[in-house]
Design a protein around this ligand. Structure first.
Ligand code: NA7
Length: 540
């Protein structure tokens, strides 16, 4: 592991050693630039380093949720499961770090605390929690969209006498639930993946649900040898096809037919076939599910029907059936045996809409209807998504303006890549880009390649600073909102909207115009000499 000395100077500092940071470092080094990653964790892997809760796995098929930049890497890495587990993904990212000899330029156990732009030198001054002060021409925030926990607190949390864990900061040695009474608070993806596994081990699990979520079966298992062989033989083509889909995912089999054009019987058969395939295939069922609420409701009702079929107690099934938002407007969960878990004798569902959570007590969880004594509490309450990690660093641009202040009413970026007033600061998969509404592997590669091309272009011309103009940023933000407005996405209190974090401005953050449209726009901007950016030639 590298250790930076005080006064180090680089062409670029990269914050974070997850999927984005590792590829960014590889690209910049390949261009002959000096770069260093600073990473808070004790290892590389980002999301897949921190989220070690039982059952953690990716919700996009492994073949697609991986880097495409190196055919050799693609050929030598064999995924064992259709949806890779967290340990397998972490092994993969460690393999990438070794294979491309990245570790000498990664400094672990170091949190970047401040990043200030110095207008006289057109460089960033970056400080860390180890007291280092580093200078870099460029600062790349590869800090992830879901990396800072939602720090919502519950009254009395500190009084609990048992053990408690957050899913996104899970102990490395795991947790032994044998003989334990466990409370799980939250029913998002992390809870939905972990509850079936915890319930199989614990004495009793009480699930505290504020909003029920839609979930579809993963039908996980070993990678289908036919699919593996097809991808091996046609990988470049399959990757290309994926990049031409709106969400950067090929294996959902997008159907462009409109839902209401099919008869109810044909729709049912289509949804059933897609339910049997598993995963996001259901949302690929019709071309209008994300834009037409009536169409959407046919898919939502299909899943509610499945919940009523699977869960034996009709009252519990009704509590689990989401009715307050369109399916897909919150990220669809992909599970293994989630609904069936509520048929177990040792699982109880507490509906927080009927009995509000009042406090955590020394012995458990108290609601308006009474106390639930437990030995362990699992907080699966999500993340301060998309802006959380950027807000944790004191980022100051021109005139000492802070990013926090600039974004007080919600994030504003040009293309989700840069912010007016913050020259030479790049964000990988920032708000205003497809990011979390795209296969993250696809979104990350496109951003890293755009950023490295931009840095290369600047270097060739000996330019000192590049900065988004306010006009281009305003127009982009307007476009992002315009595209989102007619869709189902603003209709949910989701983390896409910032609605899960108390006090956070509610703005739809990702770009929903589709990955190909977005990529073409980024390419066009670059081809036109970085249209919408001001470039100054004062390299010092
Ligand atoms: P999510 O999807 O944000 O889920 C968090 C859950 O925690 C959700 O059910 C929330 O209910 C619940 N929550 C949050 N705050 C509270 C409080 N104060 N009281 C009760 N319940 C609460 O996070 P995940 O980690 O599961 O998944 C995040 C993403 O990671 C996922 O979408 C995948 O992309 C991977 P709410 O719905 O807000 O009422």
């Amino acid at each position: 592991m590298a250790t930076g000395a005080a006064g180090d100077s680089f062409d670029a500092v990269i914050v974070g050693a997850g999927f984005s940071g590792l590829y960014m470092l590889h690209k910049l080094r390949g261009m002959g630039l000096s770069a260093r990653i600073y990473e808070a964790g004790t290892g590389v892997g980002g999301t897949w380093y921190w989220n070690r809760y039982p059952g953690a796995r990716v919700d996009i098929e492994s073949q697609e949720y991986s880097y495409s930049f190196s055919p050799e890497l693609d050929d030598e890495w064999v995924w064992s499961e259709r949806y890779a587990t967290q340990p397998e993904l972490l092994r993969y990212l460690n393999h990438v770090a070794d294979r491309f000899d990245l570790r000498p330029d990664i400094q672990l156990e170091t949190r970047v605390t401040t990043a200030h732009f110095d207008e006289s030198s057109n460089r960033w001054t970056i400080t860390t929690d180890r007291g280092e002060c580093i200078s870099a021409r460029y600062c790349v925030m590869a800090t992830g969209c879901l990396s800072v926990p939602n720090d919502a607190t519950f009254p009395g949390m500190e009084t609990f006498q048992g053990k408690s864990w957050h899913t996104n900061n899970w102990p490395r040695d795991g947790v032994n639930f044998k003989g334990q009474r466990v409370a799980v608070i939250g029913t998002g993806s992390s809870a939905i993946q972990s509850i079936p596994i915890i319930a199989a081990e614990a004495d009793h699990v009480t699930v505290f649900q504020r909003t029920p979520n839609f979930s579809v079966p993963a039908h996980n298992g070993p990678v289908d040898p036919v699919i593996a062989a097809d991808w091996k033989a046609n990988r470049a083509q399959r990757r290309k096809e994926a990049r031409e889909t709106g969400f950067g995912i090929l294996m959902v089999g997008n159907n462009e037919t409109l839902a209401l054009e099919d008869s109810p019987e044909a729709r049912q058969a289509n949804y059933q076939a897609r339910w049997e395939i598993g995963g996001f295939a259901l949302l690929g069922g019709y071309g209008d599910l994300v834009v037409d609420t009536q169409a959407n409701d046919t898919a939502a009702e299909f899943v509610r029907g499945k919940i009523r079929e699977i869960v034996k107690d009709p009252a519990v099934a009704e509590k689990l059936a989401p009715k307050s938002f369109p399916i897909g407007s919150k990220r669809l969960c992909v599970d293994t045996g989630y609904y069936d878990t509520f048929n177990r004798d040792n699982v109880t569902l507490v509906d927080l809409r009927e009995e509000a959570l009042e406090a955590i007590t020394p012995t458990g969880v108290r609601t308006t209807r009474g106390s639930h004594d437990v030995d362990t509490i699992v907080y699966a309450i999500g993340f301060d998504a998309m802006t959380g990690a950027l807000g944790k660093v004191d980022i100051r641009g021109r005139g000492g303006e802070t990013l926090k202040d600039e974004w007080a009413d919600g994030p504003r970026t040009y293309l989700g890549l840069m912010v007016a007033g913050f020259p030479n600061l790049f964000i990988v998969t920032g708000p205003g880009s497809p990011s979390v509404l795209c296969n993250m592997a696809v979104a990350i590669e496109q951003h890293v390649e755009w950023i490295s091309d931009c840095i290369g272009w600047m270097g060739e011309r000996q330019m000192g600073a590049i900065e988004a103009t306010t006009a281009a940023q305003d127009a982009w933000v307007e476009h992002v909102n315009e595209v989102a407005a007619p869709t189902i996405f603003p209709l949910a209190n989701s983390w896409y909207m910032g609605a899960n974090v108390p006090g956070k401005p509610q703005v739809f953050m990702p770009y929903i115009g589709g990955f190909p449209v977005y990529r073409d726009k980024c390419n066009e901007v670059a081809a036109n000499g970085y249209e919408g950016f001001t470039v100054s030639s004062d390299a010092r």
